[in-house]
Design a protein around this ligand. Structure first.
Ligand code: MN
Length: 362
């Protein structure tokens, strides 16, 4: 297991590499090239420069989050082949840069949604929160507007301006697409890119839908145990794997997270873990919360233990955190609460690991 932190390059993050270097137990960052338009090849030289910057700060660059997938691939349009070829070329460049794991998602139109990016908690911190009625009462353009107004000037990954302009027509397009066709488009993509990933030693790790239920009638497919099984069977390579995000999948109370982790990590198909806690505020409403079990609705001990017991050897990051101690940062991605979460998760891991090995525990 390697503990990493998400970091946005080129000045689009309030958190610096030297700060991340000082969080005990963190070996590297998950990063991205936000300036490359969706569908185009990620330039080799830019990746090499970024790797140099990260390595010189004493950190590894082994995980990318994420290379976005052009909407034409998800729609299955004839133009998809050009974009898929570009994706294959990007994978080759990522391999040359030493990337071992690529987190991506296949969600149509929008990556993730929240009703508030700075919801106040009683302890004075703020968190991202989701109230289903508020989200469905807005149209996607209004959601984007309301999210951007609380993004403190940082870009919101997955809500890039070029996506927003096409949102309304894209939503119309998907209304006529069957769930089966969506799976077929996914398989077409996987069968083209997985062999290149395998050859370059990269594990693909799809991120679950967030929230894990349909919004605006859009097909959402990575949201529970059944459809994750379907997804993994689309292409049986180990390189076709998952990012297991406890906050995303955990928002659906029907998802038994430890069981899900034991099944998929046990099969060697989980390559990246996003571990965070949430507090249920209704059947389909939740607030993000501090990582500690007692601060939310998820049992973090059971979650970390399931990863440990499954022999998980991929990457873990603490995912989102609260905004605390007056920090001004990208919503969900401040330094302080993610550092606290990191140490808590590493503490759980050490206790479970030593307890599982006779002679090393108490
Ligand atoms: Mn996540």
């Amino acid at each position: 297991m390697k503990m990493i932190l998400r970091w946005f390059p080129f000045g689009d993050d309030s958190v610096t590499l030297p700060q991340i270097r000082q969080i005990p137990g963190v070996s590297g960052v998950a990063t991205c090239l936000p300036a490359v338009p969706v569908g185009e090849v990620w330039p080799r030289e830019t990746l090499a420069g970024l790797k140099k910057e990260i390595n010189e700060a004493g950190l590894e660059m082994e995980v990318i989050e994420s290379v976005n997938i052009h909407e034409d691939i998800k729609k299955g349009l004839p133009s998809r082949d050009r974009y898929i070829e570009n994706y294959r070329q990007t994978l080759r460049h990522l391999g040359e840069a030493g990337i071992k794991c690529l987190c991506y998602n296949f969600m149509p139109v929008m990556d993730w949604a929240r009703s508030d990016l700075a919801h106040p908690l009683p302890d004075g911190s703020t968190v991202l929160s989701y109230r289903h009625d508020q989200v469905t009462q807005m149209n996607p353009a209004r959601i984007a507007e309301s999210m951007a107004s609380k993004a403190r000037g940082y870009s919101l990954p997955g809500w890039e301006p070029e996506r927003l302009s096409a949102m309304a027509s894209d939503i119309e397009f998907y209304k006529s697409m069957s769930r089966d066709d969506y799976w077929k488009n996914m398989k077409y993509f996987l069968d083209a890119v997985v062999p290149v990933a395998e050859e370059r030693g990269i594990n693909l790790a799809i991120h679950p839908d967030d929230p894990p239920w349909p919004l605006f009638d859009l097909p959402k497919v990575i949201s529970n145990v059944e459809n994750i099984r379907t997804f993994l069977d689309l292409n049986p390579s180990r390189a076709n794997g998952l990012t297991l995000c406890t906050g995303s999948l955990g928002a659906n109370r029907q998802n038994d997270l430890p069981a899900l982790i034991r099944e998929f990590a046990g099969r060697g198909r989980v390559h990246f873990a996003h571990i965070r806690n949430i507090t249920y505020r209704g059947e389909v409403d939740f607030d993000e919360s501090a990582h500690l079990s007692e601060c939310g609705s998820l049992d973090m001990y059971a979650i970390v233990r399931a990863f440990h017991d499954s022999g998980f050897s991929g990457y873990i990051r603490p995912d989102h955190g609260r905004m605390i101690w007056g920090e001004r940062a990208r919503p969900g991605y401040g330094l302080y609460d993610r550092a606290l979460g990191t140490e808590y998760l590493l503490g759980l891991w050490e206790a479970i690991d030593k307890g599982a090995r006779p002679g090393t525990g108490v």
